[in-house]
Write a protein that binds this ligand. Structure first.
Ligand SMILES: Nc1ncnc2c1ncn2[C@@H]1O[C@H](COP(=O)(O)OP(=O)(O)OP(=O)(O)O)[C@@H](O)[C@H]1O
Ligand SMILES: [Mg+2]
Length: 272
């Protein structure tokens, strides 16, 4: 069964200008999918449609096998967590701990189970020392960390991250991304990550490229990123390791194109 199945999805905010045009997409259960594309290509709109915050003009969305309708949207939202692009729009609690607890309360987690879950997940994003802080007083990156902790604590079947680590410092980003990957592997949680970070997308199982409301490419990262001409035409960046391996190759070294730093090191060491 697919986590998300989308067929010929059309959407417009004003009823005139098309924003999503005939999107057809399958996101397998337990997969890690990255959605990339320019500003305004429709990524956040697609995320909002998947959780039923917006209504399609045409087409079909199924989540975990259920057709998404007005009647099923609330039940579906119990299984899908989203961390929105702007962390300011998602705080409800007066402290960080309350905020993480809010989602758990909604999921009817017994009170005695809450505290360990709050602490465990705040620790995962490096915010254990801030449990009593007011969310509004946090920095942008700290707000993003708390928003992520809240969703991780609920451990829904599907999590959509909409540029959710964009304000994190590099170390924080690497560590939170590692937590997310662990959750995906160990708990089989389906991850849909909207990102401008091509290095992160390179580590996904599946990459979807949106351009002006259309899916213009999708596949394994090596398939998508190998299409250098398309990436160039779309003015999209390539993952660092791929750019570096191609530069080595261009310089006459027998380095194969690779997608991660570890593989790049392996390739270069092989030459010795
Ligand atoms: N609430 C809204 N009302 C009207 N138009 C909107 C609204 N939100 C987004 N749009 C328009 O829809 C298009 C897609 O926007 P969307 O936010 O989905 O893009 P995105 O791919 O998430 O971009 P970014 O990388 O900047 O986050 C844009 O042209 C945008 O101007
Ligand atoms: Mg967006």
């Amino acid at each position: 069964m697919e986590a998300v199945h989308i067929e010929n999805l059309e959407f417009s905010y004003d009823g005139e200008t098309p924003v999503l045009k005939g999107i057809t997409l399958n996101i397998p259960r337990g997969s890690y999918t990255a959605v990339v594309g320019h500003n305004g290509s429709g990524k956040s709109t697609l995320a909002k449609l998947i959780i039923g915050l917006l209504e399609p003009a045409a087409g079909k969305i199924e989540v975990l096998g259920w057709p998404l309708t007005e009647a099923t949207a609330s039940e579906i939202r119990d299984h899908v967590g989203i961390v929105f692009q702007n962390p300011d729009n998602q705080f409800i609690g007066s402290t960080v701990a309350d905020d993480i607890a809010f989602g758990l309360e909604n999921h009817c987690v017994p009170t005695e189970e809450m505290q360990p879950l709050i602490e465990e997940n705040a620790a995962k994003v490096g915010m254990l020392d801030y449990l009593n802080a007011e969310p509004t007083n946090l920095s942008g990156g700290q707000k993003q960390r708390v928003a992520i902790a809240g969703i991780l604590a609920m451990s829904p079947d599907i999590i959509i991250f909409d540029e959710s680590t964009s304000m994190l410092d590099p170390q924080g980003k690497a560590s939170v991304n590692a937590q997310i990957r662990k959750l995906n592997k160990e708990k089989n949680i389906t991850i849909l990550s909207i990102t401008h970070d091509m290095d992160e997308a390179a580590q996904a199982e599946h990459v979807v490229v949106l351009e002006k409301g259309k899916v213009v490419a999708e596949g394994k990262p090596e398939e998508v990123f190998e299409n250098e001409k398309m990436m160039k035409d779309l003015k999209l960046d390539l993952p660092f390791a791929l750019k570096a391996s191609k530069a080595f190759e261009k310089a006459g070294m027998a380095v194969r194109p690779v997608l991660s730093l570890d593989e790049l090191v392996e390739e270069v060491c092989r030459l010795k």
